[in-house]
Design a protein around this ligand. Structure first.
Ligand code: PLP
Length: 405
């Protein structure tokens, strides 16, 4: 039953906010602690969603909160007119867990991709391509601003917004034959933008052979390989970045979501040799990389690169996958379980949204993407107890059987 408090919030939402998110799920969270969320009435939920892979350290993380409080009390923002110690530290840490290189901070995933698109065009133009093109893949998701939306090869995202940005071409994901043909025939190609696990596209993993071929051709032809790690990055897949599962060397990675543990930050990170393409005055943002968000990012990176952290992510992942595989055998509705680390998709042979709503009623926050894929992305440091609680609820909604303790 909807409480008076929630009813008031829902009325305010309708009255004062754009309705671009449609009907939100009928809950409003008031606080969080670790992998638990609490609504306005204090009802507790296990969080298997992390605000779309953002709160990777859970809620009210002790060290992150302390860093944020202390930063708030010192300085929040000064702008990119000035040197910024927190920016330097965050960039140094990103560089340390990736491939060296340099960072340009922005405010979101879509902005990180916009920066990468500008870098890619500059790369093409420097190579003498007057109208450089960027290749992306079917069912991808790169964001909602014009460049990233144009890279997002999904009609439902692009439709109704008039002319898209020119200079994009698309191919089927995991289609190695098509890739060879397109890359051989298109002399205007400056860059390829790819998610190695398509998150919004239904947790679809890029095949190794396809990725190796892509990387080889990009290297030979001096085409930039941009890996969109907005959802997969920052430890989500059991390594710091998804590209590290493939032994790849991307030219550029784009980051956001988990980077700030909940504060809005994005980043484009590239190898050193590309930095000159965005020389003085070519790009910028008022808020990008301010003291507060960079202090958060540095704190998040220190935490995920701490001793044993990633091992624990992989142990938790194995535990969840184990339970899901058992559940798949028992249930008639799970057709596939896939993913890497704690980036997990459970494909159903029915629509997933009813299960998301049922889970919420029972105190579990999950998500549905691509209509039939339940997406599970718990905080990376979730406790065994919370995993068990969440999985017991999930099992109950899938099988209708209550787990006995
Ligand atoms: C892979 C990927 N790229 C880019 C974006 C856009 O990020 P943002 O919503 O922060 O603009 C998303 C968001 O879901 C994403 O999953």
């Amino acid at each position: 039953m909807t409480s008076q408090k929630l009813k008031k919030i829902m009325e305010g939402d309708k009255k004062y906010l754009f309705q671009n998110y449609g009907d939100r799920l009928p809950v409003s969270f008031a606080k969080g602690s670790g992998a638990y969320l609490y609504d306005q009435e204090g009802k507790r939920y296990v969080d298997f969603f992390s605000g779309i892979a953002v709160t990777n350290l859970g809620h009210s993380h002790r060290k992150l909160s302390k860093v944020l409080h202390s930063q708030l009390d010192r300085i929040i923002h000064t702008s990119n007119w000035f040197y910024n110690a927190e920016q330097v530290e965050a960039a140094m840490l990103i560089s340390g867990i990736s491939f060296g290189g340099k960072t340009l901070f922005v405010n979101s995933g879509t902005e990180a991709n916009e920066a990468a698109i500008k870098l890619a065009r500059r790369h093409g133009i420097e190579k003498g391509i007057s109208e450089p093109e960027i290749l992306s893949f079917s069912n991808s998701f790169h964001g909602r601003t014009f460049g990233s939306m144009s890279a997002t090869a999904q009609k439902k995202i692009q439709d109704g917004f008039g002319p898209l940005l020119p200079g994009f071409c698309y191919l089927h994901y995991n289609d190695a034959a098509g890739l060879e043909k397109e890359l051989a025939g298109n002399r205007n190609l400056a860059a390829v933008m790819i998610e190695l696990i398509q998150g919004e596209g239904g947790i679809v993993i890029a095949e190794n052979e396809f990725v190796c071929l892509l990387s080889d051709i990009c290297k030979k032809r001096d085409i930039l390989l941009i890996v969109d790690e907005v959802q997969t990055g920052m430890g989500r897949t059991g390594k710091y970045f998804a590209y590290q599962h493939y032994g790849l060397e991307p030219d550029v990675i784009t980051l956001a979501k988990g980077l700030g543990g909940g504060v809005p930050i994005g980043a484009m990170h590239s190898r050193d040799g590309l930095v000159g393409l965005l020389e003085k005055g070519r790009h910028g943002t008022t808020f990008g990389g301010n003291h507060l968000v960079c202090a958060a990012a540095a704190s998040v990176i220190k935490e995920i690169s701490g001793k044993g952290f990633m091992d624990r992510v992989n142990k938790t992942s194995a535990r969840i996958f184990g339970r899901l595989e058992d559940l798949k055998k028992k249930s008639g509705i799970i057709t596939d379980v896939r993913g890497l680390g704690l980036h997990i998709g459970i494909e159903l042979n029915v629509q997933g949204m009813d299960y998301v709503k049922k889970a919420l009623e029972m105190g579990l926050v999950i998500n549905c993407t691509s209509e039939k894929v339940i997406r599970i992305m718990p905080p990376l440091n979730i406790s065994d107890r919370a995993v068990k609680e969440g999985m017991d609820i999930f099992e109950e909604i899938i099988t209708g059987e209550v787990k006995q303790n």
